[in-house]
Design a protein around this ligand. Structure first.
Ligand SMILES: [Fe+2]
Ligand SMILES: [Fe+2]
Length: 194
């Protein structure tokens, strides 16, 4: 069945993936031009990744989606354990990444490679995480959930929408959202709504 919650999860995955990959693109462009990156923009983007996916997207998966999938599909227990571990690991990795960015900003070029490598690791880690969710968890949910399950999930996921998925940002996030939109390089493609 068509579900708002599933569409939201997939949209949020797409945005997280675009945000992380655009950070790498930004760094590559700056390296090629032998110029320092816009550190404020990088900090803002990392803040976004921490704020929306880590504090809103993953907790909703943990609280609402995973328990239902666990109940309906016992054979996915191992995958669900792995994905929950990833959510916790993601928070620790985010702290390391933020520190690596600060080190690059404060210490200069000698810390550039360490930040770029940390970002690459974080990006690869999250892309794999989202791929596992889509391949196993979302697919199982699509096959097994009842209309009542979906009604509840749809309502919960429709709150706190990620503004980068094309929804009006909530007031406290509007300046952050506009700053990122105005500064992102092509080919991110979100400038249309700036
Ligand atoms: Fe997740
Ligand atoms: Fe997810």
């Amino acid at each position: 069945m068509r579900s708002t919650a599933l569409a939201i999860i997939r949209d949020e995955h797409r945005v997280l993936s675009a945000m992380l990959q655009s950070m790498s693109l930004l760094l590559r462009q700056c390296r090629a031009a032998r110029q320092p990156p816009d550190f404020r923009l990088l900090r803002t983007m990392l803040f976004y990744v921490d704020e929306y996916p880590n504090r809103l997207h993953h907790p909703k998966e943990e609280a609402l989606l995973f328990p239902r999938v666990r109940r309906e599909c016992p054979d996915l227990a191992e995958v669900l354990d792995q994905l929950s571990d990833d959510h916790q690991q993601g928070e620790r990795s985010m702290h390391q990444l933020e520190h690596a960015l600060l080190a690059y900003e404060v210490m200069g070029d000698e810390r550039r490679a360490a930040f770029e490598q940390a970002l690459d690791r974080y990006t690869a880690f999250y892309l794999r995480h989202m791929m596992l969710e889509e391949r196993h968890v979302l697919r199982a949910a699509e096959e097994r959930f009842s209309p009542e399950d979906w009604a509840e999930l749809d309502e919960a996921f429709a709150g706190n929408r990620d503004p980068f998925t094309g929804h009006e940002p909530e007031e406290p996030f509007r300046p952050l959202y506009q700053h990122i939109l105005a500064s992102l390089p092509d080919p991110l493609g979100y400038k249309r709504s700036a």
